[in-house]
Each structure stands twice: as C-alpha cells, then as structure tokens.
Design a protein around this ligand. Structure first.
Ligand code: ADP
Ligand code: 5GP
Length: 206
C-alpha cells in the first residue's frame, strides 16, 4: 500500500510555541519534512540562513513571487513570508508528509490549492501565558511584541477555518497530539481509496 504524503499546516499566535513543537516533533519522529520559508525579516540570534528560514531581501522575495516559486505568501508585522513550492511538491510526490508552519492568510491559500491539507492551530493555555512566552523569548522589542499581540486578536477570528486546535500546555503532550492528528488523518477513507479498491477486488476474487 503506498502511503500518500499530506500537507500539514501549523499556525498559531506568535509565542504560542509552534516552532518549539515542530522542533520536538521532528526530533522525535523522522518521517516529517519541515518546509523552510523565505522571509524578509532579519535572523534572530541563533537562527541560520537555510535552517529556520531563507533570509532574503525584498527584491529577492519579489523575484520568487514573479517566478511562481512560492505556493503562498503573506505580509506579517512589517515583513513578507512565503513557502517555496519545489520542496513541498517534491516531498508530496515522494509520499512524505510535509509541515508548513505559516500564518493564517497563507494557511487559507494552501487550503484552496490543496483541499486535502490538514490545518492545525496551536493555542496557548491562556492569553496571559501567551504574553509571558512572547516576552520570555526575548527576541522582539516591546513595540513588535505589541504588534504581534494585536495580530493575535485578528487571527483569533479565523480559527474556525482550521481542522483542529492543539493546546500547547505541556510540550510533550502537544507534540503527541500533533503526531496523533496526523496519524489519524492518514486513516481517512479518502486518503486510502486505492487500498480500499484493491481489497474490494481481492474480496470479489475469493
Ligand atoms: P512561536 O513559534 O509560536 O512563535 P516559540 O516556539 O518561539 O513560539 O515559543 C515561544 C516561547 O515559549 C519560547 O521561549 C519557548 O521556549 C516557550 N514555550 C514553547 N512551548 C512551551 C510550553 N509548552 N511551555 C512553556 N514554554 C513554552
Ligand atoms: P516569525 O517571525 O515569528 O518566525 O514568524 C511570524 C509569523 O509568520 C508566524 O505566524 C509564522 O507562522 C509565519 N510564517 C512563517 N513562514 C511563513 C510562510 O512561509 N508563509 C506565511 N504565510 N507565514 C509564514
């Protein structure tokens, strides 16, 4: 039975813990490919070009759009972010699940192009905990933290478009919930049409 790759879109308010969950998930389970986005924002301390993001100039980003090199792209708090097309298409063709950690406008663009994609929204246990994590990360100025929190208010209106929410309380539990949702998605009949048809054929021949 050949297993088809699924696109898993992971969104969530800045500071909810998406990056942390993805890091732990891919360290624990090696079957997932994590898409690396292009962005015009500056690297944070410790971030490496080609690992967390492809850090590009505005001109390079516009060139990627013009070449149809991005599946989706969106503006987020003063910068552009987009998903390179080739990596995602290659992984899906190879039957590998590919995870896109992107914001909500991009998630909806992906759902339009790939209706079978599974959309997850990572939530903090509370708004106060979100602010605490965002400040505790210590990577943004007060001004940017305020902008990101106000963006969270806007994004909170779109959560109903997602297939599942995942509450990131205890990290390991959240990782297991994400893995469980993806595993369950592979069991949907529409993702196993060939296998079902094959068994039907075999049954008729018995
Ligand atoms: P995002 O990618 O959603 O913006 P991060 O993964 O950078 O968020 O996490 C934001 C901050 O919260 C980081 O400092 C991270 O270490 C912390 N964090 C993430 N998950 C948890 C958790 N389950 N419990 C406590 N702190 C967490
Ligand atoms: P950060 O600057 O904290 O790394 O990311 C800011 C926001 O941009 C997050 O919500 C993150 O999920 C989103 N993001 C990262 N890469 C992409 C992308 O390729 N496309 C879109 N639409 N959003 C992205």
């Amino acid at each position: 039975m050949n297993r088809k790759g699924i696109i898993i879109v992971v969104s969530g308010f800045s500071g909810a813990g998406k990056g942390t969950i993805m890091k732990a998930l891919t360290a624990k389970y090696d079957q997932y490919a994590l898409s690396i986005s292009a962005t015009t924002r500056d690297p944070r301390p410790g971030e490496q070009n080609g690992r967390e993001y492809f850090f590009v100039s505005n001109e390079e980003f516009e060139k990627l759009i013009a070449e149809d090199g991005l599946i989706e792209h969106a503006g987020y708090v003063n910068h552009y972010y987009g998903t390179p097309r080739k990596f995602v298409e290659d992984k899906l063709k190879a039957g590998i699940d590919v995870i896109l950690e992107i914001e909500i406008q991009g998630a909806l663009q992906v759902k339009k192009q790939y209706p079978e994609a599974v959309l997850l929204f990572v939530m903090p246990p509370s708004a106060a905990e979100l602010e605490k994590r965002l400040r505790g990360r210590g990577t943004e100025s007060d001004e940017v933290i305020r902008q990101r929190l106000s963006r969270a208010v806007e994004e909170s209106v779109g959560i109903e478009n997602y297939d599942y929410i995942v509450i990131n309380d205890i990290l390991d539990d959240a990782v297991e919930r994400v893995h469980g949702i993806i595993t369950a998605a592979h069991g949907a009949p529409e993702r196993n049409a060939d296998f079902i048809a094959e068994i039907r054929d075999e049954l008729e021949k018995l």
